[in-house]
Design a protein around this ligand. Structure first.
Ligand code: MLT
Length: 404
């Protein structure tokens, strides 16, 4: 008789954004006359930049001719895209990353979920609390997190690093030594960031205790402050202890187009075994690459025009972030984030729990957000709004919230 992976049975509920999606759809079905504004999941709303569309069309045409047709992509991804990434994301910031240290993928979510494949089950993970649920759920699926404890809403074998108002929503070095440390800056969900000097402390710590940092930099394009690093490789020694995961979803609107990449420096080794070669083996076996046409679209993001057009999109979303922050503050809310990130983290009013506030906002203002508790126990009493809506909807959502 076959057996299922029982680790899945330990997972509480469904994936956070699926739960929210179901709740909102049920409400929408029962309230057909209501215009719901969705500022929950961090999904973009602006169309792809014209230069990206042009590149897609061109690549589609190439696929229609035998001479320019492309089949399976190379294991690591096309060199034209890896070159653009190395040059613009790394060399331009003084980071020495080689072409064969970049692995093109179909997005940061799958990479951050799959990266656990190359690590032993015995590794103990440390995560921020609140945290992007994919890091924890995928480790739970692998059987690395112990048991889920309903009373504390924590896993028994996970090191939680509370990110609270007292710590400026940034984690502090854990007292118990982890093997794998998940960091995400600018942070999802709180929108917080740390300076290069602070990130250097994490790199030094990882090198000291022999841990690997899995650094999710999906929101780096939203950084506005000078002292905030765009890549962990800006820190000294990071190439020997850090993996960086990036996405085209938030900087160029590829949430539906799917493209991302992971950087694993060859210097990153465990007892002489290179993680770069393990990941190459994993991807070569389990993944057939992002489509040629999408990789061409990704290349266009790095062209001069592409950088200009995507910068305008980011400015558009950051204008929304400002509208949300200012609107909430004027309505008396305590707010953070929204400066280097498209997420605004607010304290729920009148002692409401995050799910109570979710229902209240949905029913009274027809605005959807994400309850902080869905990201971990320290998220209780908080709520996340995204700046990825349209400007008009964002303005309207704020007007509705102010009227509550
Ligand atoms: C979020 O809303 O946290 C993200 O959009 C989810 C994701 O990127 O997978």
């Amino acid at each position: 008789m076959f057996k299922v992976n029982e680790n899945y049975l330990k997972l509480p509920g469904s994936y956070l954004f699926s739960t929210i999606g179901k709740k909102v759809n049920a409400y929408a079905q029962e309230n057909l006359d209501k215009k719901i504004i969705r500022l929950g999941i961090g999904d973009v709303t602006q169309p792809l930049a014209p230069v990206v569309i042009e590149a897609l069309h061109k690549a589609v045409d190439e696929m229609g001719h035998a001479e320019t047709f492309h089949g399976y992509a190379p294991d690591l991804g096309y060199e034209f895209l890896r070159k653009a990434i190395v040059e613009h994301d790394y060399q331009a910031r003084g980071c020495k990353i080689a072409l064969d240290e970049v692995f093109i993928s179909d997005g940061a979510k799958s990479d951050s979920g799959n990266i656990g494949d190359i690590f032993a089950l015995e590794n103990k993970i440390a995560v921020c609390d609140p945290v992007y649920p994919v890091y924890v759920d995928t480790n739970a699926m692998a059987g690395r997190t112990g048991e889920y404890l309903e009373e504390t809403q924590k896993w028994s074998n996970v090191i939680y690093m509370p990110c609270t108002a007292e710590t400026n929503f940034a984690p502090e070095l854990p007292s118990e030594e982890p093997d794998l440390i998940y960091l995400c800056f600018p942070n999802n969900p709180t929108g917080s960031t740390i300076t290069k000097k602070e990130l250097q402390k994490w790199v030094d710590y990882a090198l000291k205790v022999g841990a690997v940092i899995i650094y999710d930099a999906a929101y780096e394009a939203y950084i506005t402050e000078e002292e905030v690093p765009h890549s962990i490789y800006e820190c000294e020694g990071a190439a020997a202890c850090a993996i960086e995961i990036r996405s085209f979803s938030k900087n160029a609107g590829f949430t539906g187009t799917r493209l991302g990449f992971t950087v694993i420096p060859k210097e990153l080794k465990c007892k002489g075994v290179s993680l770069n070669s393990l990941w190459a083996r994993r991807q070569g076996t389990k993944f057939n690459g992002a489509p040629y046409i999408v990789q061409r679209a990704g290349e266009a993001v790095y062209s001069e025009e592409g950088r200009k057009q995507t910068k305008e999109q980011i400015a558009y979303y950051m204008r929304n972030a400002k509208v949300i922050c200012e609107g909430l503050v004027s309505a008396g809310y305590t707010v953070s984030g929204g400066v280097n990130a498209p997420y605004i983290w607010l304290k729920t009013p009148k002692g409401m729990s995050s799910w109570e506030f979710f229902d209240y906002l949905l029913e009274q203002a027809n605005v959807v957000g994400t309850p902080g508790a869905g990201f971990g126990p320290s998220g209780e009493g908080y709520f996340r709004l995204t700046a990825f809506g349209s400007y008009e909807n964002t303005l309207e959502a704020m007007e509705r919230i102010k009227r509550l």
